[in-house]
Ligand binder design. Sequence first.
Ligand SMILES: [Zn+2]
Length: 177
Amino acid sequence: MAVYLTNGNYFITHTRTGAIVKVNNIGEAQDFRTVERAMEHKRKHPGKTSGYYYIGTEDNVHTKSAAQVENTFKRKHFSPSDRLQIYRKTKCYCYMCGEFIDYDKFEIEHRIPLAKGGTNDMNNLFCSCHTCNNLKGSIAPADLMEKIKQIHLYQIRKVHGNSIKWKIAYKALEGIL
Ligand SMILES: [Zn+2]
């Protein structure tokens, strides 16, 4: 994971002489590599990093398109209390497939993607497992089929809940799918 300090417009980096400077090109930004190191840098240089927060990217942003990079940076920093609130919304389960996820493993999913006009408001943010959060990415077809089946069954169960009809249908579907 790459970790940068940004204020949404600029990134923190260092010159060769060690001076802290701000650049607007991600390619020149300093990768702190861990959140801890980014936050330590912020603690050591409060004046120069005032208004800056860390962002983490799952993979190397240099390989992404400009639009994808911009979406990454529109994402705000989620505080631990934001994360906890999102995690609790679905009672620790992935909102897509219904799988239980440990707190340190869950990912924050934008129900309406930022690229499609979604926001960082709480009502657009959900607890998601890694697979569901990356459905658009490269997933082995067999894993994807298994996950889609799981999502399908979970979403139907959410609607039809505890009805006897559904329980019978579920048993049957499990056998078929
Ligand atoms: Zn999931």
